[in-house]
Design a protein around this ligand. Structure first.
Ligand SMILES: CC(C)(COP(=O)([O-])OP(=O)([O-])OC[C@H]1O[C@@H](n2cnc3c(N)ncnc32)[C@H](O)[C@@H]1OP(=O)([O-])[O-])[C@@H](O)C(=O)NCCC(=O)NCCSC(=O)C[C@@](C)(O)CC(=O)[O-]
Length: 417
């Protein structure tokens, strides 16, 4: 998760502040549902109630229509809350957003039209503990990594990539992979894949108790050589051996493709090259192919072209996307990926289960979950807990949260009282 990085360009936001934007956005729903205006009142409803329950409206997006349901929900009465505590819980935020849509007929029609076909559930593969931490200059203590993963698991995430069994000479930050896996061996409710570059890494991963692995190829020849010291075709030979060994042990293998949009050395990468690498990984037995915009150069147009090419050779239900946020494009890229992977024109026969990967070290998973919940898309992730987890790791790294959702929420907390 990428609360690890400083927010990109937060100091260059337009004059309208985040809180003002949020107030404007949410006030439609607040005013019509309770005859009140402004965010402050909306927050107060759930938190100053003297009753232990309050009525809550849920909206479910089913086949192009938002359905409204009522239910009572326990609410704590204590207003001394954690920074991203109860008032920022994801259901509450999602409700506010749904109210905004649903209480305005025009907006609702537009939403239904634009998001027709968007999935109701998105699986998030969290990669912060590996992709986020691998580039940290200062060594992060193993105990902090372990606590980070435990906290991520407690948010409800079903897959948390834990570490990598790569060369410690190349990636010193992950030199403690064995110790980390040892400490996590009892976390059997959650899948904890680990990155593996070759058979040596695979053997070390299995010995440390890994039950799922990920191999990583590239669509750029130059990136392959600089990252794993071999050509793309050589990497296929290595990975075939790894997948073969993994299959014998019933170990699931994910396959990454890096540089799916562009490469720092080669420039733009052709969609057909990405499709070729993705298909090779798929054919050798990778159960899921994660398409990585490693340098975050993608925008929705090229992403659509790339996905179009890949989906013509790999079943869409086996695809995941992994966007870095270098130029602030990750959220639109995720959204457009979900839309195209569910579009009627893609495949009318199969039930599609698109997967979104919260790419770490860059886009914050908090921001992804915030966006998805705002659209009524389920993730199983508790946004409040995720924000606290982001705060935890940022504190250890000695930096501000890079999550825009976290920044927005802390401003809301300050202004809401
Ligand atoms: C692939 C290698 C190992 C080749 O590294 P090499 O130096 O070419 O390997 P070698 O076979 O010549 O061996 C050199 C030494 O490394 C050892 N070695 C060999 N393999 C291992 C291993 N698995 N674990 C530990 N040690 C290993 C080996 O035993 C030997 O030790 P020595 O005899 O000198 O003492 C190296 O280049 C490497 O580890 N690369 C990984 C780099 C990395 O992790 N990069 C970040 C991944 S992020 C990414 O790719 C993108 C992604 C996935 O996040 C998606 C996206 O963002 O788009």
């Amino acid at each position: 998760m990428s609360s690890l990085q400083e927010p990109l360009g937060m100091d260059k936001l337009p004059s309208l502040s985040t809180i003002d934007l949020f107030r404007r956005f949410s006030s439609i729903g607040c005013s019509t549902s309770r005859g009140d205006t402004g965010m402050g009142r909306c927050w107060t409803e759930g938190n100053t109630s003297t009753s232990s329950n309050y009525d809550e409206e849920d909206f479910e997006y089913v086949q192009g229509v938002f359905n409204r349901t009522h239910h009572a929900r326990d609410m704590p009465q204590n207003r001394n809350r954690a920074p991203y505590g109860n008032r920022c819980d994801s259901r509450h935020i999602a409700n506010l957003q749904h109210k905004s849509y649903c209480n305005n007929a025009g907006l609702q029609n537009i939403t239904n039209m634009i998001f027709k076909g968007i999935p109701r559930y998105v699986k998030i593969v969290e990669v912060g503990a590996r992709d986020g931490l691998q580039n940290e200059k200062n060594m992060v203590p193993t105990s902090v990594k372990i606590e980070l993963i435990q906290r991520l698991v407690s948010t409800g995430l079903s897959v948390v990539e834990a570490t990598g069994f790569v060369s410690p000479k190349w990636v010193p930050q992950l030199a403690d992979a064995r110790e980390a896996m040892e400490a996590l061996k009892n976390l059997d409710t959650t899948r904890l894949p680990v990155l593996v570059p070759n058979l040596k890494g695979f053997e070390a991963a299995v010995a440390a108790g890994a039950k799922e692995i990920a191999v990583f190829a590239s669509a750029s020849e130059s990136f392959s050589k600089s990252n794993i010291n071999c050509t793309i075709d050589e990497s296929f030979s290595r990975y075939r051996a790894v997948v073969h060994a993994a299959t014998k042990l019933n170990i699931r293998v994910r396959g990454y493709v890096s540089c799916v949009i562009g490469c720092p050395v080669e420039g733009m990468i052709s969609p057909s090259k990405v499709a070729y690498v993705a298909k090779e990984l798929c054919d050798m037995g990778c159960s899921e192919i994660s398409l990585g915009d490693t340098i975050g150069i993608g925008t929705p147009g090229p992403v659509i072209s790339m996905l179009g090419a890949v989906m013509s050779v790999v079943p869409v239900e086996r695809l995941a996307v992994h966007f870095h946020d270098t130029y602030g494009q990750s959220l639109p890229n995720i959204l457009v990926s979900l839309q195209i992977s569910n579009s009627d024109s893609v495949n009318r026969q199969k039930r599609r289960v698109p997967i979104c990967q919260g790419a770490s070290g860059n886009v914050a998973t908090e921001d992804v979950v915030y966006m998805l919940h705002g659209l009524g898309i389920q993730t199983n992730v508790d946004l409040g807990k995720l924000l606290q987890t982001g705060e935890f790791i940022c504190k250890h790294l000695g930096r501000r949260s890079g999550s825009k959702a976290a920044v927005a929420f802390s401003q809301l907390m300050t202004n809401g009282d």
